[in-house]
Design a protein around this ligand. Structure first.
Ligand code: FES
Length: 81
């Protein structure tokens, strides 16, 4: 699995750096760093959303914030809900 966190200027202003750190921490805690490739990406073309845009494999997910991070992580990454 590949996770790209948008680090374009709009998402940067909405806190993409924090989201990257949260992914790093969670993936480490869950022992998934070997299995999941985390990287930054240029603008994903969804700047209008309320939060940061990310891409999980080929799916773009908009509006990621530190408040809904765990929910998003559970739904798309750990698939445990
Ligand atoms: S800067 Fe992130 S979607 Fe445009």
């Amino acid at each position: 699995m590949k996770i790209n966190v948008c680090i374009g200027s709009s998402c940067h202003l909405k806190g993409s750096r924090v989201i990257v750190e949260m992914f790093q921490d969670r993936l480490k805690n869950d022992n998934l760093t070997e299995m999941i490739e985390l990287s930054g990406s240029f603008c994903l073309g969804k700047c209008n959303s309320q939060g940061v845009s990310i891409k999980v494999d080929d799916e773009i997910i908009c509006g990621v914030t530190k408040d809904n991070f765990n929910e998003i992580y559970g739904k798309y990454v750990s698939k445990e809900g």
